[in-house]
Design a protein around this ligand. Structure first.
Ligand SMILES: [Zn+2]
Length: 416
């Protein structure tokens, strides 16, 4: 059973201990110590990382200096023990000095204590209870039992920051579960025996095994970065300390970049975007009208340039500038509606899109033509017997067009 230093002294970042057992965890060397300050992943809080320095031990006494650093890559809670996963093996019975990555750990302490206070604020103000907590590498989140409006979220956020700025004491207390039953705990404890309580002075009392700051002022500040509906309740994402500053900086960079592009003030952003969306919608409608008119015009031009009327059907193969697949489709549809024709239209921009169509009543299957073109020139596509669409054809466009003409002329063009 590992003695956990962080239970009573979460600020201990350097300690000496004995290696009581070595083992292999997922193919990596690992060790159990008689005591540790390393926190293993538990209760929503991620594990500590850091370093071990090993020294020989003779007759229970440390002999000689501590050696070079071994990385502690991960710390895992295993029953009553804490497993330290290492970059290199240590010797059973040796002495180690452990040093935890304090930047990482202190950040976790800030987020975790911030979570207690934010959860308590939702609970006290709106009787909206926290059902779970997750700490990520950038932001953390709590899941609330019920939905939360932005007005409620802003008030809970404000209340949490009031408690933070009052720099209240955060005490660690150990009580029996019988004693805990008569205390005003925010959440019913799930375990028996001795309970570890985290007491944010006159604000929150919760059973928790994690690491917390000693005074609320150390959290710095707490910001809610996002909220969404989640499993009938709400997921509220937040950040404390340096993370809160980073979240603000990222938001500021995004907003200042956007307002520079749009030449508006930050508070005018939503209405500016709304205006742009409305304008874009109008433009799209106008553009569709022009494209339709131009497609009819292009179709008439292609029909006039080909020898329509002499045979039962005519083959039209064309290359067009500045038309996308939808435009080519509109032109092809006009052609096969007005002339008895089989048509293949390409865009001149490589890799070339293509639309192949034929007039109603012909037995020619244009998907077969497209398949053969794709087999020779690459790309992909598909469609129906009278209209097929493809893209990504690569090669000399005149060669591709010649091949398309041959395939269409070879096909059964007569009216069925
Ligand atoms: Zn906690």
């Amino acid at each position: 059973m590992t003695s956990r230093i962080y239970y009573t002294d979460p600020y201990c970042r350097r300690f000496e201990a004995s290696v009581i057992k070595t083992l292999v965890h997922d193919g990596r060397p690992a060790a159990l110590l008689d005591r540790t300050a390393f926190y293993p992943t538990s209760g929503g809080q991620p594990f500590d990382m850091g370093k071990f320095f090993e020294a020989d031990r003779v007759d229970g006494e440390r002999r000689g200096p501590f050696g070079s650093a071994i990385d502690v890559l991960e710390t895992i809670d295993l029953d009553d023990d804490v497993v330290h996963v290492l970059s290199a093996a240590v010797i059973e019975g040796a002495s180690v000095r452990g040093e935890i990555d304090w930047t990482r750990r202190f950040d976790h302490m800030q987020q975790h204590t911030g979570q207690h206070i934010l959860s308590a604020a939702f609970d006290r103000l709106f009787e909206n209870r926290t059902v779970s907590f997750h700490m990520g590498s950038d932001v953390s989140s709590i899941d609330l039992q019920r939905e939360a409006s932005w007005e409620h979220i802003a008030r809970a956020e404000g209340e949490a920051n009031r408690i933070i700025s009052e720099n209240r004491e955060v005490a660690i207390r150990f009580v029996t579960s019988e004693h805990a039953a008569v205390l005003p705990l925010r959440k019913e404890p799930s375990r028996e025996g001795t309970l570890r309580l985290i007491d944010v002075k006159d604000f929150d009392l919760s059973a928790c095994g994690g690491t917390h700051v000693a005074r609320t002022g150390e959290i710095g500040s707490l910001v809610v970065t996002a909220a969404e509906k989640f499993k009938g309740g709400a997921r509220v994402t937040f950040a404390c300390g340096a993370r809160a500053v980073r979240a603000f900086q990222s938001l500021r960079d995004t907003v200042s970049g956007s307002v520079r592009l749009l030449s508006v003030l930050p508070r005018e952003l939503p209405s500016a975007i709304e205006r742009m969306q409305a304008e874009a919608k109008d433009l799209r409608r106008t553009l569709r009208g022009f494209q339709e008119a131009l497609a009819a015009h292009e179709a008439a031009r292609l029909i006039a340039a080909s020898d329509v009327g002499s045979g039962p059907a005519v083959v039209i193969v064309g290359a067009l500038d500045a038309w996308d697949a939808n435009g080519l489709k509109a032109i092809a549809t006009h052609i096969v509606g007005q002339a008895n024709a089989a048509v293949a239209l390409f865009s001149t921009a490589p890799p070339h899109p293509v639309v192949i169509a034929r007039s109603p009543g012909m037995s020619l299957d244009v998907t077969a033509v497209l398949r053969e073109l794709v087999a020779s020139f690459g790309g992909r596509g598909g469609g129906k017997a009278d209209l097929a669409q493809g893209g990504g054809l690569v090669g000399n466009l005149s060669d591709i067009m010649r091949a398309a003409r041959q395939l269409l002329e070879r096909g059964p063009l007569s009216l069925s």
